[in-house]
Design a protein around this ligand. Structure first.
Ligand code: ACO
Length: 448
């Protein structure tokens, strides 16, 4: 099979959301801390009738219906998630309800978990399967689903929730450039979930930022080396039309792109413009450790890269700023934002992706985009995702209500023997929702 990649996509995020400006005031944070300091506008969260399973059911059913894919045509289904609802039973098996109804139980794949990286692992598994000798000619389907919630404190405004589904196969509009994949994996305690009784992570915020940026540097260096070996010339930011980052909060994305720019400045200074060279030259002699600690360097590289950021990164930031960190779905929601904003001019473009999962696992890889026939055209993917419509149809709730919901969910996490309000009045038609968890912890869902 040739041109293996993403044929179709859909996204779902809960309609319930809280404005960061309101949350800032509610939390007693200084004005501008969440909106300018973290760069976030709004945050989606699951109400008591939604969870990662209901969101994934919603997005899979929607993708199959809107692209008119016969469920029998799916041969592999992989889920990426870090929201643990069951330590044994995979989310994938819940999704099998949709396929069993349609007479298809012959579907490989289970769940992949490592913080925000599980979705990328799932995506690679599906693409590798299509390229392998065990491929049976059917589609792969990847689902990234997460609800990011944090304990009270500085990390709380970096939550979010969403599910994304991606159909994988040959002759795709979004094609993997598989030769340029570069990873960096190591052992770190930056963000982890050792307390199995709680949905909240243990997080060392500052360390997680540094780990993320170090992994980014390492992946970029290897990505450039692989490119140079295969193409026989240097790789610089100019060689990709867009850069898409895992987006815990927008400020980190700004810092990340500044970091790539600084890398280009250090290794191939003639590739960055003269003014930027002047701005960055005072930092050329920093050791790499010092460079992660220097706030002046952070500011200088953000300033030096600002113009290029506006062109190559800003179009990818819409959904992550509006919905928040979606963990495994975050990178792909950023990519969906790019499709939404630029679909008519993307054919022939290269897009570099950076996936990061704490603990830690990271990969930089790239796509080449091309125009394809309906229903797998970029414009049809954008029409199906209907990002503007979904953003407009949301319900802003007050921070008090958001905090109250999180309190309810703290009790519900890992609990049995309860029924939900079954109130689906805020959910769009076609949305799955949780109705009951019985005395055997079995979960039941209905569809609006
Ligand atoms: N106006 C404008 N900016 C402000 C204001 C204000 N009133 N107040 C603070 N800021 C800025 C700060 O200067 C800082 O910006 P800078 O980094 O550019 O200097 C920013 O707001 C954040 O403030 P801090 O005090 O540095 O950090 P805080 O204690 O609020 O914590 C953190 C932020 C660490 C990101 C926290 O939210 C967190 O732990 N989040 C979860 C971890 C995370 O997402 N890590 C990312 C990778 S791992 C993953 O994906 C889960």
């Amino acid at each position: 099979p040739k041109n293996v990649g993403i044929l179709a996509m859909d996204i779902y995020f809960p309609p319930t959301c809280v404005q960061q400006e309101a949350l800032e005031a509610h939390d007693g944070a200084s004005k501008g801390k969440y909106t300018i300091g973290l760069g976030q506008d709004c945050m989606a969260f699951c109400s008591e009738v939604e969870d990662v399973i209901s969101m994934s059911l919603t997005v899979v059913a929607s993708l199959l219906e809107k692209f008119k894919i016969d469920p029998k045509q799916i041969g592999r289904l992989e889920v990426g998630s870090e929201t643990v609802i069951d330590k044994s039973k995979s989310i994938k098996t819940f999704l099998m309800q949709i396929f069993e109804e349609n007479g298809n139980t012959d579907i490989e794949g289970v769940d992949s978990t490592n913080a925000c990286y599980g979705g990328t692992a799932a995506l690679f598994n599906c693409a590798n399967w299509v390229e392998s000798s065990s491929w049976d000619g059917r589609y792969g389907l990847v689902v990234c689903t997460d609800s990011a919630v944090y304990a009270e404190g500085p990390a709380r405004p970096t939550g979010g929730a969403a599910a994304i589904a991606m159909l994988i196969g040959p002759d795709a509009p979004i094609v993997f450039e598989s030769k340029f994949r570069a990873s960096h994996m190591s052992h770190a305690y930056d963000f982890y979930k050792p307390n199995l009784a709680s949905e909240y992570p243990v997080v060392d915020g500052k360390l997680s930022q540094t780990c993320y940026l170090m992994a980014l540097d390492s992946c970029y260096k290897r990505f450039c080396e692989k490119f140079e070996k295969l193409e026989g010339r240097l790789f610089s930011i100019a060689d990709s039309d867009y850069f898409v980052f895992h987006s815990p909060y927008n400020k980190l994305v700004q810092k990340s792109f500044g970091r790539l720019y600084f890398n280009d400045f250090l290794t191939k200074p003639s590739f960055v413009d003269e003014i930027a060279r002047g701005t960055l030259s005072p930092f050329a002699s920093l050791s790499s450790d010092e460079s992660y600690q220097s706030r002046d360097l952070e500011k200088a590289s953000q300033q030096a890269s600002k113009h290029t950021y506006d062109v190559k990164v800003q179009p990818t930031t819409l959904i992550p700023k509006q919905v928040g960190n979606m963990y495994t779905a975050s990178l792909y929601a950023a990519f969906a934002s790019l499709l939404h904003n630029k679909h008519s001019s993307l054919a022939g473009n290269r897009v570099v992706m950076f996936s990061y999962g704490s603990g830690l696992t990271a990969t930089m890889f790239s796509f080449r985009l091309q125009e394809c026939q309906h229903p797998f055209s970029l414009s049809n993917i954008v029409a199906v995702m209907n990002v503007s419509g979904k953003l407009k149809q949301r319900f802003e709730v007050l921070p008090e209500k958001f905090v109250e919901t999180l309190k309810v969910m703290e009790h519900r996490y890992g609990a049995k023997d309860f029924v939900t309000s079954k109130d689906c009045s805020l959910l769009p038609p076609g949305t799955y929702y949780l109705t009951e968890v019985d005395s055997m912890y079995r979960r039941f869902y209905a569809r609006k």
